[in-house]
Design a protein around this ligand. Structure first.
Ligand code: ATP
Ligand code: MG
Length: 386
C-alpha cells in the first residue's frame, strides 16, 4: 500500500467551521483523483490521509493533488511502526536508493502522548542514519535530502519529498459566482483566483458568432477545460451577443459603445447568476490597463448591478497577471488571435471618463429588458467539464 499525507494550512484557522472545510476538501480530493487507485481517503489528526493501491501511478496522483485548492503540501509516504528502530530501518531502505551527502530528519507528531518527542526522533533516527551510511553529514539548513517522519495515530509515515500544493480554500466553501470569461489573458486568471478563495466558478462567455468566426468560442472552451481542472465541476454558458451588439451600434453614441457592450454583459451575467443561485460576478478588469478601464468607466459599467462584482486583478500589474497565466497554463491559449466581440465597431476616441447621467440618458434609446430577455432565451444548455 502507498500513502499520501495532505496538509492544509488556512483551513486549520477556521474555528467552528473547520469540519465543514475539511469535509469539502476530502470531497474535492476524491473528485480530483483517479478512484481506481484509491482504497480510502480520511481525515486523521489534522491531516488528510489517502490510501492508494499498489498499482498507483504516482505522477498522475501528484498532478491531480497539485490542483486542489486547500492543500498546502503533500507527501507520498510509507507507513511503519513508530519505534525508533522501525523508522530507522525503513528510512535506511529508502535512502539506500538515493545519492546524497547531507541530510536532516524532520519529525512531527500529531499527538503529544507518544513514546518519543519529535526532537528525540530527529536525534536518534538521525544518529542511526549517520552511522549506517559513509561520508554523510547532517545539514539542517540546506540538506540534499530532508527526511520527513510524521507520527499519526500511533504509526509513523515516512517520506523524503514534500510537494507544494496550491493553498487557498477548498472550492465550494465560499459558494458560487459567475466569471465573465473573454478568451483574453486576464479573465481566466481572475477565475483561478476566485477559485483559490473557495468560490465555485461558473463560466459565461459572450460571442458574436456567426458575425465573427468560431475561434473565440473554441479558445474559450480550451481555457474552460484548463480551469475545470481546478474545481470539481465546471459549467460554461455561451451567450450569443451579435444581435445586442448590432442594436447598440445602431442606437448608441459611438463613444459609449464599449460601456454599453459591458453593461449588457453584466446584466445578462447577473441573470445567469440568479438562475444558478450564484452570489457574485467575477471579471478580469484591472485599473488603467486599457484606456477603457478607468474608475469612471468601471462605475458606469457596473451601475445598476445588484450583486457583488469581484475583480481579483484590479490592482495587479500586467506582468504579474501574465506570470500567473503561464503558471496555470492558460497563457498560450489566451494569446492566440481571436475576434474580440467588443473590439469591433470601435470609434477612434472611446469615452474614457463616462458619466453615469449620460449613460443612463443614452440607455433610454434601448429596450434593455427585451434585449436581455431575448439573449437569455437564445442561450443553449451550458457545456459541462468534469
Ligand atoms: P481579458 O484579458 O480578460 O479579455 P482585457 O484586459 O482584455 O481582459 P477587457 O476586454 O476590457 O479587458 O474586458 C474586461 C473584462 O470584461 C474581462 O476581463 C472579462 O471579465 C469581461 N469580458 C470582456 N469581454 C468578454 C466576453 N466576450 N465574454 C465574457 N466576458 C468578457
Ligand atoms: Mg479582452
Amino acid at each position: 500500500m502507498n500513502f499520501v499525507i495532505c496538509h492544509y494550512s488556512e483551513i486549520a484557522l477556521k474555528g467552528g467551521n473547520r469540519s465543514f472545510f475539511e469535509r469539502k476538501l476530502v470531497e474535492n480530493i476524491k473528485k480530483s483523483i483517479n478512484s481506481e487507485f484509491v482504497l480510502d481517503i480520511k481525515k486523521i489528526s489534522g491531516r488528510i490521509l489517502i490510501i492508494l493501491n499498489d498499482g498507483v501511478i504516482k505522477s498522475e496522483i501528484e498532478e491531480s493533488l497539485k490542483r486542489v485548492f486547500g492543500i498546502s503540501n503533500f507527501l507520498f509516504c510509507i507507513k511503519t511502526k513508530s519505534t525508533i528502530e522501525d523508522i530507522s530501518r525503513e528510512l535506511t531502505l529508502i535512502l539506500e536508493k538515493e545519492k546524497f551527502k547531507t541530510f536532516r530528519i524532520t519529525a512531527k507528531r500529531s499527538e503529544k502522548n507518544t513514546p518519543n518527542t519529535s526532537q528525540q526522533i530527529n536525534e536518534q533516527v538521525g544518529a542511526n542514519i549517520f552511522n549506517h551510511f559513509k561520508d554523510i553529514s547532517v545539514n539542517l539548513e540546506n540538506p540534499d535530502i530532508n527526511c520527513f517522519v510524521e507520527i499519526v495515530s500511533g504509526s509513523a509515515y515516512i517520506s523524503i519529498k514534500k510537494i507544494q500544493g496550491l493553498n487557498g480554500l477548498p472550492v465550494g466553501t465560499g459558494g458560487k459566482v459567475v466569471l465573465m470569461l473573454s478568451g483574453g489573458i486576464d479573465s481566466p486568471v481572475a477565475g483561478f483566483m476566485a477559485m483559490s478563495r473557495g468560490l465555485n466558478v461558473i463560466l459565461v462567455h459572450f460571442h458574436t458568432y456567426p458575425e465573427t468566426s468560431q475561434n473565440s468560442i473554441e479558445k474559450v472552451k480550451e481555457i474552460s477545460k484548463i480551469l475545470s481542472k481546478y474545481q470539481p465541476r465546471t459549467k460554461l454558458y455561451l451567450v450569443p451577443f451579435a444581435k445586442i451588439q448590432k442594436q447598440i451600434f445602431l442606437s448608441i453614441n459611438p463613444k459609449l459603445r464599449v460601456i454599453f457592450y459591458r453593461r449588457l454583459m453584466f446584466k445578462i451575467a447577473q441573470e445567469i447568476a440568479k438562475k444558478e443561485k450564484a452570489l457574485g460576478i467575477v471579471t478580469g478588469e484591472s485599473i488603467g490597463q486599457v484606456a477603457s478601464q478607468t474608475l469612471e468607466n468601471i462605475n458606469a459599467t457596473q451601475n445598476g448591478i445588484a450583486m457583488p462584482i469581484i475583480r481579483p486583478l484590479i490592482c495587479y500589474h500586467k506582468d504579474d497577471i501574465i506570470e500567473k497565466a503561464r503558471q496555470i497554463k492558460t497563457f498560450d491559449i489566451s494569446i492566440l488571435p481571436h475576434d474580440d466581440c467588443c473590439s469591433r465597431f470601435l470609434p477612434k476616441h472611446p469615452e474614457i471618463r463616462a458619466k453615469i447621467e449620460d449613460v443612463l440618458a443614452e440607455e433610454k434609446k434601448l429596450n434593455i429588458d427585451l434585449m436581455i430577455k431575448e439573449a437569455l432565451n437564445e442561450i443553449e444548455k451550458p457545456f459541462s467539464f468534469i
